[in-house]
Every structure is written in structure tokens, then in C-alpha cells.
Write a protein that binds this ligand. Sequence first.
Ligand SMILES: Nc1ncnc2c1ncn2[C@@H]1O[C@H](COP(=O)(O)OP(=O)(O)OP(=O)(O)O)[C@@H](O)[C@H]1O
Ligand SMILES: [Mg+2]
Length: 309
Amino acid sequence: MTENAAASPAPASAAVPRPYQPVGMGEVLSQVRKPEDLVRPAAVEFRNVSKTYNAGLPNEYTAIRNVSFVVEDLVAKGEFVCTLGPSGCGKSTILRLIAGLAPQHPATAGDVIVLGRPIDGPGPDRGMVFQDYTSFDHRTVLDNVTFGLECQGMPRRQRYDLGRHWIERVGLSVDKDQYKYPHELSGGMRQRVAIARTLILRPRIILMDEPFGALDPMTRMNMQDLLLTLWREVEATVFFITHSIEEAVFLGDRVYIMSNSPGTILKEMQIRPSDKPAKEMQKEAGFQETVFYIRDVISHLEESRRAGT
Ligand SMILES: Nc1ncnc2c1ncn2[C@@H]1O[C@H](COP(=O)(O)OP(=O)(O)OP(=O)(O)O)[C@@H](O)[C@H]1O
Ligand SMILES: [Mg+2]
């Protein structure tokens, strides 16, 4: 993807619901988009999805109710979708439903459709990066990065060549790091391994659940810059959950704001792609205006939850 394309406005869908409200470097759509609002088919579609944990038991709990949204399948680009919302509103539930992971999968009601098909479990079209460092302790960096290829039966020589390429791509050093074990790495380095391990498999959809939540602010911004660079290269759809509004506005082409539990998508925003590193973008007035707007929406949600309204 070219620099120009990276800096162009958010992809316009012919039938985006209007009117919408401009806010800094983004726009709030008048309603969450529906399938008929898309120009291209959806990468991910939720149709009235609900998830009740422990259904029928005394501790039954409905985490999300009637959630509907569509993520467009932008060919040769992919869309970067960030989801924000109060703790416990069901963000991870949604992400794990897309991943097809139990006990979130299957949904209690509604349809989860990925690339045109109802999902029946995890698949190679989807890759996941978690917040906690999920590398295998007894495997080296190289063996962690190439784990998925090993499972696919790729010969060792070939997978190690590819693994070393990805070790460099995520900013680690083949010379210094390939034979290290996870306990010898910092948190940031471990997340680089996790990203390499996922991207090496070239999934069409990348699912990330607060992947940078445990990193210090500087490392986090460096990782955000790295992720945007890699994403522009791999052209996948990214579904990214974060508690950081700045992170969502910096990374996202699109931001969903979720309501309190049982969660639904309250607002959908489209955001102009960032054309500078995170540290620079965060100083811009338009960026801050968007952040302050979202902060107000979320703090209002938190207040209404405390007040029980
Ligand atoms: N396996 C489970 N069994 C029972 N309840 C669950 C399960 N997983 C999640 N929940 C409940 O569902 C609700 C939504 O959980 P979820 O993890 O999706 O929230 P979240 O938005 O990701 O929160 P956070 O921001 O704190 O990560 C929470 O109240 C949680 O306690
Ligand atoms: Mg969560």
C-alpha cells in the first residue's frame, strides 16, 4: 500500500448512513451500519447476536444482547476496527465469538458470519493476539513464531527462513533473539513474537484483545506504529479491542463504542487514517477533539451505570 493511500480519507461507502456528525478527525454515523449500507461484502457480520453464559443456571448472565454490526471486507486494504467500551460490556465476548472460541462460541442467539459463512469454530482465516503473553515457555522465539507453520506441516528449513523474516519484520533481531526463550524477553518483545506468530500465517482477519494493555506508554506507542506498518503490508481486516481511547483513534479506521452490559454497539465512528507516528498524531487538535468526544460518551456511560439508569 502506498503512503498516499495510507493518508487518504477513510474509505467511503456509497450508502453510509447520513447525516453524520463530524468530530475532529472522525465522524459519528447516525446509526450503526447494516449490511445494506456496505458497498462490498462483509468480512464480519453480527446479526442480532446474544450471548448468555450459564444459561438455565442460577448464575446465568447475559453479556451481550442483540448485537448487530458489519465490518466491510476492503479488498487489498482491510479495515482496522477498534472497539471501546466500559469494562465488562462484552468486548472480549464479541471477539471470541468471531474467533469461534468456547465458551463464547456458539452464540446463544443470532448469527456470526465471517467472510460470508456462519462460523463453526476457529479457522485459519482468523488469527488472534491476546493481552497476556501467550508464547510457549519451552519454545525459542523462532519455534514460537513458526509454531503455526509447523502445525501445517511446512518443512523446517522453509518455515525457519520465513520465521527469521518475520522476526526482523516485528523489530526483533535474528542474531540476538531467535534462540531466546520467552522468559528472556521483555513484555514488548513478547508481544512482537505474538504478532509475528499470527501474521506469519497471513490470516484474512486478525483479532486482538488489548494486546498492548500491559505495556508502558512509550513501548505501547512504538508497538502501535509497528502494527500500523505491518497491517498496511498484510492488508487484513483487524478487529482490535482496547481501553485506550487514544489507541483506538490512532489505529482505527472505524471505532465502535459499546454500551454497558448487556452490551450493544452504541455508536459507530469512521476515523481518518493516521499519517504520522502515534507520538505526533496525539498532539494534533483534530485527534484530541475526537478523543475528548469519545471520552465524554464513555464517562457518561460509566456514570449511568453507577447511577443504575
Ligand atoms: N466464561 C464466562 N462465564 C460467565 N460469565 C462470563 C464469562 N466470560 C465473561 N463473562 C461475563 O460476561 C461479561 C462480559 O465479559 P467480557 O469479558 O466480554 O467483557 P469485556 O468488555 O471484555 O471486559 P474487560 O474490558 O474488563 O475486558 C462480564 O460480566 C463477565 O463477567
Ligand atoms: Mg475483555
